[in-house]
Ligand binder design. Structure first.
Ligand code: MF3
Ligand code: CO
Length: 260
């Protein structure tokens, strides 16, 4: 089912999106050399609870994971790219960390992910990966608006990732979002313009380009959740929740410093 939000629901979506953007921004500021992934999970929990919001993850038990996720945020390090299960690991200089957070508030969910390098090192390969997913996300958002089709967004995302030289996995991509985190339509990270569902005002989409340096194949870690690159290569992921408006698309999950 594809949900179209009414103005009241859209106002709530903006509040939830701002909360997600602010939490991720705060966590990025705290993630330093020596920070444990379990600390990041606890901080996320504290901020979600303090805001009176609900985690979309704790009780989530989809077919692609083992049992309920049981944590508040996905923490994916280096070759881990999606659904990273927080565990007892202290970050080291040069780690490429992806934080992916979805919460619900006032009955509407928002979902966003950021990738960044921990510490002072700036490994070129990691910077290039992160840049590609951020530029692909920007291209997907630029292609979004009333009358655009899902294939237009997928093609825009895929063109950036391919031009950067990365293979594209089509098992996991973006999605509709609203009263629940994962809804139709699916938004593949590659596709053909002019195909698929036609966007309309009130639709919420989570766009989420992600890549691995040299493979499109994922392997599931022993924890039953964390998805890693099959070759052990590094990975990156960037995600925003956007709302289709009457004349374009608004990014809902920006932190306060970037909100209009
Ligand atoms: N938020 C992720 C996404 O971008 C889904 C994470 S599901 C979890 O769609 F169970 F792993 F948390
Ligand atoms: Co998502």
């Amino acid at each position: 089912m594809i949900e179209i939000l009414n103005p009241t629901e859209l106002a709530r979506a903006r509040e939830t999106g701002a909360l997600v953007g602010d939490i991720l921004h705060t966590l990025k500021g705290r993630a330093a050399v020596g920070t444990n992934l379990l600390d990041i999970d606890r901080w996320a929990q504290e901020m979600i609870v303090a805001a009176g919001a609900q985690s979309c993850y704790v009780d989530y038990a989809p077919s692609f994971g083992r049992g309920p996720f049981g944590h508040y945020i996905c923490t994916s390090v280096n070759d881990a790219v999606l659904h990273g299960l927080p565990h007892d690991y202290a970050l080291v200089d040069g780690d490429l960390l992806t934080l992916d957070l979805a919460v619900s508030s006032g009955g509407i969910a928002a979902d966003s992910a950021i990738s960044f390098i921990v510490g002072a090192s700036q490994p070129a390969e990691s910077l290039a990966l992160i840049s590609a997913t951020e530029r692909a996300l920007a291209a997907g958002i630029a292609a979004a608006g009333p009358g655009a089709r899902i294939g237009d967004l997928s093609a825009a995302i895929g063109a950036v990732l391919s031009a950067a030289g990365y293979p594209i996995n089509v098992e996991f991509g973006g999605h509709g979002i609203g009263s629940t985190m994962h809804q139709d339509p699916h938004v593949s990270n590659t596709g053909r313009p002019g195909r698929g569902y036609t966007l309309r005002p009130g639709l919420l989409l989570a766009l989420e380009p992600w890549v691995m340096v040299d493979t499109a194949t994922l392997v599931t870690a022993a924890d039953g959740w964390t998805l890693r690159s099959a070759t052990g290569s590094r990975t990156a992921h960037s995600e925003h929740t956007i709302a289709i408006t009457d004349d374009g698309a608004d990014i809902l999950t920006l932190p306060a410093s970037l909100r209009g």
